[in-house]
Design a protein around this ligand. Structure first.
Ligand code: NAD
Ligand code: UDX
Length: 465
């Protein structure tokens, strides 16, 4: 079997960084180089101070501290890393297209294509190219065509190895993966490449959890896994709206149905809506692919998961406005949390962005506190929507580093992220600091209703009347 000594990963983001750090830690005899065209990002990965790494994940800094400069390297020397490696992971971003055909739905594959062209130009020895990014089914075909038609006559084997880690638990998900999926050609060379990648993961995962498929099944399975997970969240969120009208409690409903072993208890937490860089993008991609094959009913079915999620975010914002006597103009609303979930500094597609945007339209004055998200990121998220000019965003929304300062003389607090520290606050003190009546809108079902009511709050919990 082909032995892998050097690995390169193109893309040092939320997936490339943690995934390669774990591979390097678990496979000390393999040299792992993570490259990126973003110089600042690479400089941060090389920071002496491990608290400055560009990705925050519990357990990550310890692993980087152990492996970096031993067999884990972060660099901007893309060509050199491609040249010397036997196996090249492509882990670049594949955002939704913002222009041209498929705008707003299809995946933008320009970064993937650039990587393929770089590899074709540089490679002088045979390479195994691994798709780590999430890609539309049949992308491997395009990569193969670029590599074979523009390369230097060397052999390329293309594998699909989608990543299933969730942010905030990335290290644990990598170390204890439910499964690793490896798709490749059903040829002798394809099998050899699949086995070579499998042997990397076998350093720490039992062989039974490493699934081999054909390349198209692997590419499609990644989109389908995210679509199924997001569908569960939209399903329970749709029921949360019904619970609020009927005196049923969504937590009790989740528990009752989750006990059915065919349904299972996970991913049934009602919330203000799912966010993150993957769910929406991957479902839109699935919808686009289905539609492009003329499968209108299939496309409509999956699109409804996104429609329900948009409804849930809008519904949360509208409930704040109607409860605050139909006007939030000039009222101070504190946001506890901006990240799309706890334990990450990632804010991509976070529900908080859309709830803030809706309230700013009504001239609310928002003060945000999030333990890990920077002011710069929060303004960038709002400016990206282009709903109003950047000065107006800065005039209406402030970012603070102290949760009590956010609460001071606020008309309402909206909980947008389920950070553990929010549960530990002295809510009596928070109550005293706020204007009365003191409203709390809990979009994460984090706090205890009875306790909050006892303290005097007007407390609204999603999925409960
Ligand atoms: P990211 O934006 O955090 O990182 C991508 C990196 O690729 C960026 O730093 C960018 O500068 C770099 N890059 C782009 N083009 C390049 C090029 N030509 N050469 C070198 N570097 C280049 O993205 P991410 O969150 O790590 O996601 C990467 C892929 O993994 C996406 O396809 C995503 O769908 C998928 N994925 C993400 C997650 C997640 O939780 N974030 C989970 C599973 C799968
Ligand atoms: C997801 C997939 O879980 C992961 O396998 C894939 O590789 C990338 O996409 P991620 O987006 O990082 O991971 O986080 P995830 O835990 O799935 O949460 C996504 C969103 O759904 C978050 O906003 C989260 O708060 C929300 N969510 C999740 C709920 O609202 N309720 C739930 O029960 C679960």
């Amino acid at each position: 079997m082909k032995k892998i000594n050097k690995i390169c990963c193109i893309g040092a983001g939320y997936v490339g960084g943690p995934t390669m750090s774990v591979i390097a830690q678990q496979c000390p005899e393999i040299k792992v180089t993570v490259v990126d065209i973003n110089k600042e990002r690479i400089a941060l990965w090389n920071s002496e101070d491990l608290d400055k790494l560009p990705v925050y994940e519990p357990g990550l800094k310890e692993i980087v501290g152990e492996a970096r400069d031993r067999n884990l390297f972060f660099s901007t020397e893309v060509d050199q890393a491609i040249d010397e490696s036997e196996m090249i992971f492509i882990s670049v971003n594949t955002p939704t297209k913002t222009y041209g055909k498929g705008k707003g739905q299809a995946a933008d594959l320009k970064f993937i294509e650039l990587c393929a062209r770089d590899i074709a130009r540089v490679a002088k020895t045979d390479k195994i190219v691994v798709e780590k990014s999430t890609l539309p089914v049949r992308t491997a075909e395009a990569i193969k065509s670029i590599l074979e038609n523009t390369g230097n006559g060397v052999n390329f084997e293309i594998l699909s190895n989608p990543e299933f880690l969730a942010e905030g638990t990335a290290i644990d998900d990598l170390l204890n993966a439910d499964r690793v999926l490896i798709g490749g050609a059903e040829t002798e060379a394809g099998q050899e490449a699949k086995d070579a990648l499998s042997s990397v993961y076998e350093h720490w995962l039992p062989k039974e959890r490493i699934l081999q498929t054909n390349v198209w099944s692997s590419e499609l399975s990644k989109l389908v896994a995210n679509a199924f997970l997001a569908q569960r969240v939209s399903s329970i969120n749709s029921i949360s709206a019904l619970c609020e009208k009927t005196d049923a409690n969504v937590a009790e409903v989740s528990r009752a149905i989750g006990f059915d072993s065919r349904i299972g208890p996970k991913f049934l937490n009602a919330s203000v809506g799912f966010g993150g860089s993957c769910f929406q993008k991957d479902i839109l991609n699935l919808v686009y692919i289905s539609r492009s094959f003329g499968l209108e009913e299939v496309a409509d079915y999956w699109e409804q998961v996104i429609i329900m999620n948009d409804y849930q975010k809008r519904r949360f914002a509208e409930n704040i406005i109607s409860t605050l006597y139909n006007t939030v103009s000039g009222k101070k609303i504190a946001f506890y949390g901006w990240a799309f979930k706890k334990d990450t500094n990632d804010t991509r597609e976070s529900a908080a962005i859309y709830v803030a945007d809706a309230l700013l339209d009504e001239q609310a004055e928002i003060v945000v506190y999030d333990p890990k998200v920077t002011e710069e990121t929060i303004y960038a998220d709002l400016d990206y929507l282009k709903t109003r000019d950047p000065q107006e965003n800065r005039r209406l929304l402030k970012v603070v580093t102290d949760p009590m300062e956010a609460a001071k003389e606020a008309h309402a607090i909206a909980i947008l992220t389920e950070w553990d520290e929010f549960k530990e606050y002295d809510w009596q003190k928070v109550y005293e600091a706020m204007l009365k009546p003191a409203f709390v809108f809990d979009g994460r079902r984090l706090l205890d209703s009875d306790k909050m009511n006892e303290l005097g709050f007007k407390y609204y919990k999603i999925g409960q009347s």
